[in-house]
Design a protein. Structure first.
Length: 151
């Protein structure tokens, strides 16, 4: 389910079955590494949307958590923890943070259910390779999520 009225209406009637949130972490940067930062965000949004599509009925794709790369990571962590707490307080059992920003890897031991994936420039791939690469990464996300559901 996506963050749109039609899907949220369904969520409200089927709340007890929908216990998982995918929350993309998207950096914003206007300085020299802007293109790289945009690639990270684009990749994570594509992969997250496809994972949501394949897991429809149990997962909500949350609007992205955006942040300025220039800000201290600790500030992002505090804000992210508030978001997570809000979701848990509203009945979600699983909140997965999906990112390509290597900053988050430095503190992944402090953030439960962080899924980090290296981004690649998708615009340089032909359609077939691009689709295969996205499917491979979606498969990784699905494996992580479904293994937690079994516990």
């Amino acid at each position: 389910m996506k963050w749109r009225a039609k899907d949220i209406e369904r969520y409200l009637t089927e709340k007890s079955f929908i216990d998982t949130v995918l929350l993309p972490l998207i950096p914003i940067q206007w300085e020299e590494a802007m293109l790289h930062t945009v690639r990270e965000g684009e990749f994570i949004q594509i992969v997250s949307a496809e994972a949501e599509r394949q897991l429809t009925g149990r997962v909500i794709l949350h609007p992205a958590f955006t942040y300025l790369k220039a800000e201290p990571l600790e500030e992002h962590c505090k804000r992210l923890e508030k978001w997570k707490q809000q979701l848990i307080n509203n009945g979600f059992k699983f909140v997965y943070f999906v990112t390509s920003d290597v900053q988050w890897k430095t503190i992944e031991d402090r953030i439960e259910q962080l899924i980090w994936m290296p981004a690649v420039p998708l615009e340089h791939m032909n359609d077939r390779h691009r689709g295969d690469f996205i499917e491979e990464n979606v498969g990784s996300i699905m494996k992580i999520i479904t293994s937690q559901w079994k516990l």
